[in-house]
Design a protein around this ligand. Structure first.
Ligand SMILES: [Zn+2]
Ligand SMILES: [Zn+2]
Length: 240
């Protein structure tokens, strides 16, 4: 494809950087997203995973991860593309805190390459991102889960409803809280804005899957509110 004047100018003014190490990428290699060193360190989710949430499980004897074993899940099934480690961890940090919202499209493309089959067979009629509290979103300028959802929507040809769920509580980060307090923190955190719209199957998306408390609370609100089936998909997942 011939490069236009504007894309050449943009490439020179804003050279593409590797989301993993922030090194400059050779602009002429179209489609390259991470540098070769980072690509070799990225770990796609593989091997045995929790049948419910898709988190890798260490023991071959177990079908569910520890969190799903003790929880009454609403999501029918969840999957993620990459292990939250190495260059993916830095890429997620930059996507979230360094204003690199453009990484959402890159990551969505790579996640879709890995999990396209699973994503297509769900038969979702809408993609809903985990919403951010309004004030927080204004401060950051965007919601990374929403950016990911939009990019995924184009790849899957499934519409995205970024305002379908609203976060009505400014929750504290889940990290560091025990199970009981995580649930308490998220209780009544979400509400549906348009309960008159009846979707049958919702694909909930977020950037990182950790214990599943956030996603499952959002799923519960959706399932109880409009009686839909709910699946989840995240770019990264933490190890069990
Ligand atoms: Zn790199
Ligand atoms: Zn699980």
């Amino acid at each position: 494809m011939k490069e236009t004047f504007f894309s050449a100018a943009r490439r020179i003014l804003y050279p593409a950087r590797c989301p993993g190490c922030d090194g400059l990428l050779p602009g002429h290699i179209s489609g390259q997203t991470f540098c070769d060193t980072c690509i070799s360190q990225i770990r796609p989710v593989s091997g045995k995973v929790c049948l419910r949430c898709g988190k890798p499980v260490v023991s071959v004897k177990r079908d569910l991860c520890r969190d799903c074993e003790d929880a009454d899940r609403t999501i029918i099934q969840g999957r993620s593309a990459f292990i939250y480690t190495g260059p993916m961890k830095t890429a997620m940090y930059r996507l979230k805190y360094s204003g690199r919202r453009v990484y959402a499209a890159t990551l969505a493309r790579q996640a879709y390459e890995l999990r396209g089959d699973w994503l297509r067979q769900i038969g979702a009629d809408v993609i809903v991102p985990i919403p951010m509290y309004d004030k927080k979103k204004r401060q950051r300028g965007y919601n990374q889960a929403e950016e990911f959802a939009k990019a995924l929507s184009e790849l899957m040809s499934v519409p995205v409803e970024a305002d379908f769920l609203k976060r009505i509580k400014n929750t504290v980060p889940q990290k560091g809280l025990d199970r009981q307090n995580r649930q308490k923190n998220l209780k009544n955190a979400f509400k549906i804005r348009k309960s008159s719209v009846k979707f049958k199957c919702v694909l909930l998306v977020d950037d990182i899957y950790t214990t599943g408390t956030t996603i499952d609370e959002a799923a519960r609100v959706l399932a109880e509110g409009i009686g839909c089936r709910v699946y989840s998909f995240c770019i990264c997942v933490g190890a069990d």
